[in-house]
Design a protein around this ligand. Structure first.
Ligand SMILES: [Zn+2]
Length: 126
């Protein structure tokens, strides 16, 4: 067998990362970010990120999804890159090392680490 270079990104799937977010961010119970209502219906998946669950609140009809209320919303990196970044930060890797592992430029990474330091919890609880 040839000695090919394996990157961590190949070992982590988006599906797994959304599972992590649902456990960490929602702590197993999805509630409406606006009124804390627990009467939530699932509304299929995001058009471009097909593991990203969408929800609708039965009380106020507002729609949200797995990451729309977190610091991860609205950024172009796949969720797995954010999760891995968090993991490497926990290992105290330097910014340069993380950038190399995730194949990101330093500016992008700087931006991500700043966001992640504030926590990946729902925005309202920050
Ligand atoms: Zn609501």
């Amino acid at each position: 067998m040839k000695n090919t270079l394996i990157t961590i990104k190949q070992l982590v799937s988006e599906a797994q990362c959304y599972e992590v977010i649902r456990t960490l961010g929602w702590q197993g119970k999805v509630n409406c970010p606006h009124y804390d209502s627990l009467e939530i219906i699932k509304r299929g998946y995001h058009d471009h990120q097909n593991h990203r669950q969408r929800y609708e609140c039965k009380t106020c009809q507002k729609r949200f999804d797995d990451v729309s209320e977190t610091v991860l919303a609205g950024h172009h990196q796949p969720l797995s890159v954010w999760i891995l970044c968090l993991y490497f930060m926990g290992l105290n890797l330097s910014t340069a090392q993380i950038a190399r592992e995730l194949d990101l430029n330093k500016d992008d990474l700087q931006f991500m680490t700043e966001h992640l330091r504030t926590g990946i919890d729902k925005k309202k609880s920050l």
